[in-house]
Design a protein. Sequence first.
Length: 682
Amino acid sequence: MKKRFLSFSMAVCMVCLLTMTSCTAAEIPAVSSGNGLDSAKLTSESQPTVTFSDVPADAWYAEAINYCQQHGIMSGTTAAAFAPEATLTRAMLATVLHRMSGTPAVSDAPVFTDAVAGSWYSDAVSWAAKNSIISGYGGGAFGVDDPTTREQAVTILWRYAGEPEGAAAADISDAASVSTWAQTAVRWANANGILEGMTNNSRFDPKTNIKRGEVASMLFRFLSKTTGQQQPTAGSKTLVAYFSATNTTRPLAEYAADILNADLYEIVPEVPYTDADLAYYTSGRADREQNDSSARPAISGSVENMADYDVIFLGYPIWHGQPPRIISTFLESYDLTGKTIVPFCTSHSSGYSDSSIKSLAPGANWITGRRFAGGTSRSTVEEWINGLALPQPETAVDAVTSATSKAGFNFETKSVTLNSGYEMPINGLGTYSLHGETCVNAVKSALASGVRLIDTASAYGNEEEVGQAIREAIDEGIIEREDVFVITKIYPGSEMANPEQSIQACLDRLDIGYVDMMVLHHPDRNDVKAYQAMEKFVEEGKIRSLGLSNWYVEELESFLPQVTVTPALVQNEIHPYYQENDVIPYIQDLGIVVQGWYPLGGRGHTAELLGDEVISGIAKAHGVSSAQVILRWNLQKGVVVIPGSSNPDHIKENTELYGFELTDTEMAQINALDRNEKHDWY
Ligand code: NAP
């Protein structure tokens, strides 16, 4: 039979996945051939990498979930969780496949009795039915909310694939219990390795509902087998760096370099490890180093052209459950910001481990790698590499926009879609220290200049003026309420101790109906209680999105598990002298948008920043102001900007950020200005 792999030309956000109860052959009708679905290559449009708290790095489905998340095929059920054991509905499965297919336009509304026209699944259901991938039940229903059994899921994928030929017999012990209509599909999936991870002691359990982790695995294996295009292509410069004290890791590194057509670099210790050094539990050198997280064995030589590499495969043995400390030395020897690092390790008994080294290259894009046994074959390494979601070579424009696309910024609409589903502009006006008529005029001037994001706070004492300016702008026909995104904040102490009262007071002072986003201004002993109160206001429709300010990694780690709604935004101090390069990707990886306060350094510091030779030199080269360069640098890092100003010329200037683009070199020059110099205490 002919192949008709659907194109995966777009990676799109996906929600959950499939499950449904048993159904008959009639419910999954035969597919007619020749429906015009073309074979096409998988293209990778990377999503921000998310570390899911419920997906251990060594879980059998971790690699597949990582791949599906990065390619936008599946996302978490929350910002931090994937729910690999949960099931998913037929409508969700239709949505996944529709999106995998590039979200082709659909003109027909679904004809099923239980499918709502205009709903989130409407197009996908129509598309799946029209292409005979998933059809409805006999009574006219689609089974929108029904789960999917494993044999149904495999059959649906087989239809998506164009009903390829099956194989002889499926290598599963319960093949006899596979429904007749599913047998070809199950044989095909089995022969193509798509069922790997979905069998338990060779049982396939065809009538059991499929789980999200299994779905990720199924799709990952299908896409890896059928597109086979995940290796970096010519132009993506790849380095395979490895440390091998006993020659166990070396052959794998050599295979990888050969498969990837990459450069090979051996990390050679200045002082080689002797057998005695390596003997475990003798208090020998390796034991001591692994017990001391600050140990940094010196490396002989270095990679002089590290800047040339986009992707680094990093091979090492596992010593006492961790990478050898010389790997830490290697990572700390270079600026690996923006590079993709793919660890691979060898061990006889320990599992995969990279947790102790990831923080040493915080600006890198870490892909979860794999542990191999010694003596692993070339073909196993090749299969692994082919299944990786590696970045494709970037064009100059791609390189500049990669950080912004990681943050989800849309430079056409000048906005970002928050995890709450609401759209927020990526440049706005900060109103700290603006009061009275100055504040009203600044906000109205900003609105007249096209600014659609206003940041205020209870602590600024100007919510009434901000609200007045917005109401006046509405009355004057400059904006409608829906056009502007207003952020306000409640303060620690008595405000957070009495959150309902404080939140309502903000709403009353602003007097603009709802508030687009309410933020906790600082961590406080009552912050969880205050946030939970804000969650209730969200439920009541008085607040649309929630955020935090002055929350860093540790604070987020302890706060997030205590709340239900993941914050949509974190607002922290960020400017060229205080860059937060370790915190920004951490927050973004949680699916949370980062917003910078004091983008120009804050009052009292702006002259120094605007006069900085590097910044003013770049400004001159582009014919723009230093302020515009700094604001653009923020945007290209995926950071929303809210410069404060009462000067209409400055306010307008601060909106003109989209007619020029900083090059990689210019971005690197500004990145190099970081002094870890905070301009306020919090
Ligand atoms: P900022 O934006 O870094 O700097 C504001 C200063 O820059 C003002 O003196 C302004 O003067 C000047 N300026 C603005 N645009 C300019 C331009 N194009 N050319 C030259 N000078 C320019 O500091 P900020 O306003 O204090 O911070 C920004 C916002 O972040 C605040 O307004 C507030 O909304 C928020 N914030 C939040 C926190 C928090 O804890 N969450 C803390 C601090 C601030 P002119 O008025 O003369 O233009």
